[in-house]
Design a protein around this ligand. Sequence first.
Ligand code: ADP
Ligand code: ZN
Ligand code: ZN
Length: 659
Amino acid sequence: MGLIYKIALPLPLRRLFDYLPPPESTHPLSRGMRVKVPFGKRELIGIILGYSDTPSVPALQLKTISEIVDNEAFFPTSLCDFIEKVAQYYHCPIGEAAFTGTPLAIRQGKSCVKPIPHSPLIFQPSPLALNDHQATALQAICEKSDFSTFLLDGITGSGKTEVYLQATEFFLKQNKQILILVPEISLTGQTLERFIHRFGEGMMLYHSRLSPKKRHETWLKIRENQAAVIIGTRSALFLPFINLGLIVIYEEHDAAFKQQEGVRYSARDSGILRGKMMNCPVVLGSATPSFETLFNVKIAKYHSLSLPKRATNIQLPEVTLLDVRHKKLMGGLSTPLLKSIEEHCQHGQVLLFINRRGFSPTFMCYACHWMARCKHCDARLTYHPQKNALLCHHCGYQSRVPQGCPDCQAAELHPVGQGTQRIESVLQERFPALKMIRIDSDATRKKGELEKRLQAARNNEAPLLIGTQMLAKGHHFPHLSLVAIVDADGGLFSVDFRAVERMAQLIIQVAGRAGRVHQAGKVLIQSFYPEHPLLKMILQQDYGKFAEKLLLDRQQCSLPPYSHLALVRAYAKDQPLPQQLLEEARVALSASHHAISILGPVSAPMLKRQGKYHYQLLLQSPHRKCLHSALSYLTSFLETSKLSKRVRWSLDVDPLEMF
Ligand code: ADP
Ligand code: ZN
Ligand code: ZN
């Protein structure tokens, strides 16, 4: 028996598939080639990832590759290696990892059309002289031409982006490829413009909203070893880099780097892995680094480079806490806050930030406390005034606003909660002449609307900006003089152990929007718990100290980064089934793997969602190795379990969300 090829196929199974070479092939096939193979009644395109002498199925059952798509390795070896490592680490189907974010044409086995013209590299040299901190950071990054992970830790406006730009220039001059990973393209704002301005044609974008043709082209250009600057989201990590010189992970603390469906990978962590495998430096940047990253600095796995001061001579904003206990509120806004808004709107621009995740507007009966709830989910319905309807944000269920209370027949229902739209209408009533721009996911659903509104906000076309986290990230509004945070308390009492970390990051990021260009800004924060020690620490703008304190708590409770977690989620229409499947898994695991703690199965925080019942099982271990071994066992148990035919399940290694 000759060589057997091990092929990754786009199937939800955690294995490679064995095939024989086509009879007419005279040369051995290489790893990274695409081939067409029969699978059941279908034909699939797969990638050769390995060889073997002995088949894993009886030789008679082996099928033959029906077509060789490429005449040489199409996926570079380094990409094949990376795919294997990602699949191993996240215990995901390798075929799914292999095609993560890969352009459709490539998944369909279309071949390279014609040679791609190389665009000449022209770039604007940097106009700025770096300050000492920046220069030290740049030097550290550039003098390491092999793998190393750096944290560029600097407050908003400290000049991190300028360091990325100059490091990029340095590696570009050496004809290297540079990858700038961003959490979301649309939220990169002017940073993107700065890169385009410096690198012009040499800059390419890669994200899911590009046309398939554009993505295909970029993929091929990178594979052709064109030196270039790529700005992309998560999936850009799977581009076929040949000659990667630098990876920058922009706003590394951002939860959007974690993919929450399909292959649940962290692009930050995988980015570091990619850098290690390509032997190039990786720079993580943030004003509010994640606790995981700070921990890795502490144990000297990452090198910290800090930019402690603003790069321009604009002062840090002055932060004031507004105690709103027992105060009369108008749509959630206190009188002093309304006054400040009015004042600042006269000469400057005001950003009003609402963390809508906590409170969404709904209707309530004051007599019996009835609230509008979804039929299919354990969730409240949210009121949308333009539609005059109640919507479920989890399944899309829509219903009319009832005339009176359906439970106690009280005549009147009352709006409660404080979403952006509600605040907008309260403010319109109070300041009828004031122009405002609202930026949230509802207002910006239409293509191009977000860019339009951001542009209008930057051009100071309205003195008042109202928004959600969409406004907190990376944008520079040059005219901003006041930032107001309507409710700072969201994370203080959450069951999610990461909630406080997120809350602090959000507050500091929002506050960092203030006073960037012309004047020192002001930040006002409303709170019902102004005495809360964590809130006080955040207000002193000492994120480092805050993180120290909370890391200690995490250590005492053996929570990440002091232990490692994996979450198995399961759901089905039939309520007992997911719980049953997870219980079987727990019994099997606890008999075979003693070194890990198993919590659950328990019902998910939202048990019923879209008409299905959700349960979960949490695995925890201080040792990564023990967790991996348990997960290998668990996935094969679940894949072969009878019940799993009627229950959907998924695995999340290093979960960020606990539901
Ligand atoms: P960050 O990315 O940390 O928020 P930026 O790189 O955007 O900071 O810098 C903030 C502002 O300071 C920008 O307007 C930038 O042009 C300016 N800046 C950065 N570095 C310098 C420098 N060395 N000298 C003068 N201005 C600088
Ligand atoms: Zn619903
Ligand atoms: Zn009622």
